[in-house]
Design a protein around this ligand. Structure first.
Ligand code: AMP
Length: 212
């Protein structure tokens, strides 16, 4: 199964990617995580990406298309994959088609803007990819990852001003690709509000519909 998870920043793509990955035993690639690692490692790609990310803007298409192209060429994703945070623009969606991405479905996790802003302010993440919310999805021990025991932290771009820019970028550049996939009959919309387990149940139900 080759999947795209789409949704505004903070819609819960990362959380659902972990659940789908565990259930279907397919890997996730998150362009955001890859870019944050590149920044931490001080690579050329990280240096290029940082200023865009700090401002809540999209990193240039060529950079993220390169990440996905390299990844799809690896053995890790020969039985399927989940793309979390890619594509985020029409040129990226077209590039994915051109590289033979062969997407089965695009699950759009839909959340209202005011809910997004509230979620981002309480988001705490772990370097292992796990994501929590101080109220809605707290770890068993405050500020410690349930999965790997590392200390949780707040993402640099989860501050109010950057969140506003990221939402605007989403509406302007990313939302139009929903229609691109809808026209191909691949778009599945899921209500992304409410308890995490209810959202996961809706996502799994949606995936069963494409497996059948
Ligand atoms: P995320 O972790 O998916 O919310 O991504 C964090 C930031 O990384 C975004 O605000 C962008 O600056 C950058 N980024 C991640 N994925 C992409 C992409 N597909 N295209 C352009 N920029 C991206």
């Amino acid at each position: 199964m080759n999947l795209i998870l789409m949704g505004a920043p903070g819609a819960g793509k990362g959380t659902q990617a972990v659940k789908i990955s565990e259930k279907f035993n397919i890997p996730t690639i998150s362009t955001g995580d890859t870019l944050r690692r590149a920044i931490a490692d001080g690579t050329e790609m990280g240096l290029k990406a940082k200023s865009y990310m700090d401002e809540g803007k999209l990193v240039p298409d060529a950079v993220v298309i390169g990440i996905i192209k390299d990844y799809l060429a690896t053995d890790a994703c020969k039985n399927g994959f989940i793309l979390d945070g890619f594509p985020r623009s029409l040129p990226q969606a077209e590039a994915l088609d051109a590289m033979g991405g062969n997407i089965d479905a695009v699950v759009s996790i839909d959340v209202a803007d005011d809910v997004i802003v509230e979620r981002m302010s309480g988001r705490r993440v772990c370097a292992c990819g796990a994501s929590y919310h101080v109220r809605h999805n707290p770890p068993a021990v405050a500020d410690v990852c349930d999965k790997c025991g590392s200390a949780l932290y707040t993402r640099a771009d989860d501050n109010a001003e950057t969140v506003k820019n990221r939402l605007q970028t989403y509406h302007d550049l990313t939302e139009p690709i929903a229609e691109y996939y809808n026209a191909k009959g691949k778009l599945i919309r899921v209500d992304g509000q409410g308890a995490v387990e209810d959202i996961t149940a809706r996502v799994f139900a949606a995936l069963e519909s494409i497996e059948a």
